[in-house]
Design a binder for this molecule. Structure first.
Ligand SMILES: [Zn+2]
Length: 345
């Protein structure tokens, strides 16, 4: 029995020892594993931390490395600012340029507009002035007789036939043709002699009529106011005023003052041309070719204020002379221009 117990005890202890060893070994192994695992974990963590640290450092170093770049950027900032400023300044420049352009354009437009307005205004004013003058003139012309030698008013006047009568320094004219009649007196300053142009025209006419076997000469050409005064007074001495004024003009109203009118005489007695003279017919039919008109034709007293004067010729130039000749049916200056010819009193 003892042996058996002993054996059992020995087995028990052996088993116990084995268990212990096994347990220890297992425990060691497990612990070792655990430790290893823990160590790995730690190492991983450490590595992780290291990595992380490195990454951070890396980031940091990158950041640090970039820093100068950032600094560069910062340094560039002024450049950027410069660029911006440049851009801004160029933008400002552009703006100024645009503004200047706009201002210039506006100025130009304003100038143009102002100019146009001014021109329009001036034109309107001129038109208004002309209209006013014309109205005044028209009224004055229609309410003739208008003038006497003591009341000559310079200005422009519209005639009944829409011609503009210009009076300058007391000398009236229409399109350069001087006008004087009972309504329109003339200043004595208008002339002092017969004009050379008329003398030459007369010589040409004289030469032409002489080829027809007839002779003419100038009996009376230019007359001053004093001479006309004497003539007028002499007629008045032998005739009444009403008759006298149908063939003799008052001083200041005679065409002879112009130096552009002539009284033509015959070759026989140097007397004034009479209707029955041969020269009378020829002159009436041909004088216009030399620039002369029969100033006081027959049956025109109502227009001219004068009876027929077959001896009195007025020089107006060939163009107007031909118009007034009217193929033998003479038109007077008063009819053509639409002028009155009556004394004021
Ligand atoms: Zn005469």
């Amino acid at each position: 029995m003892i042996n058996k117990n002993y054996k059992n005890k020995k087995l028990f202890f052996s088993l116990l020892m084995m268990l212990f060893i096994s347990t220890y070994t297992l425990q060691s192994l497990v612990l070792n594993d655990l430790l290893q695992a823990k160590e790995n974990t730690s190492q991983q963590e450490i590595q992780k931390n290291i990595d992380s640290s490195n990454h951070k450092n890396s980031q940091s170093s990158t950041a640090k490395e970039n820093k100068p770049k950032q600094t560069d950027l910062k340094e560039d900032k002024p450049k950027q600012n410069n660029i911006k400023e440049n851009n801004t300044s160029s933008t400002i420049d552009n703006k100024q340029t645009i503004e200047q352009t706009i201002e210039q354009t506006i100025e130009q437009r304003t100038e143009q507009t102002t100019k146009r307005r001014t021109e329009q205004t001036t034109a309107q004013r001129t038109a208004q002035t002309t209209e006013q003058t014309t109205k005044q003139t028209t009224e004055q012309i229609e309410n003739y007789p208008l003038f006497n030698p003591q009341n000559v008013r310079d200005g422009t006047y519209r005639t009944k036939n829409d011609f503009i009568l210009l009076i300058e320094n007391g000398i009236a004219s229409i399109d350069g043709i001087k006008i004087v009649n009972k309504s329109i007196p003339v200043s004595e300053t208008v002339a002092s002699s017969l004009s050379q142009e008329i003398e030459e025209a007369f010589i040409e006419m004289q030469s032409a009529i002489s080829k027809e076997g007839m002779y003419i000469k100038i009996v009376s050409g230019y007359r001053n106011f004093a001479t006309q005064e004497v003539l007028y007074a002499n007629y008045l001495a032998s005739d009444n005023k009403e008759n006298t004024e149908t063939y003799s003009a008052r001083p200041g109203h005679s065409e002879h003052h112009l130096g552009e009118a002539i009284d033509v005489g015959s070759d026989r007695d140097l007397s004034l041309i009479k209707p029955q003279y041969l020269q009378s017919k020829w002159l009436e039919e041909n004088c216009y070719k030399y620039g002369f008109i029969l100033r006081y034709p027959e049956n025109k007293k109502e227009y001219t204020g004068f009876i027929c004067e077959p001896w009195h010729f007025r020089y107006v130039g060939k163009d107007l002379a031909k118009i007034l000749y009217n193929n033998g049916d003479w038109i007077t200056l008063e009819e053509y221009y639409g002028l009155p010819s009556e004394y004021l009193e």
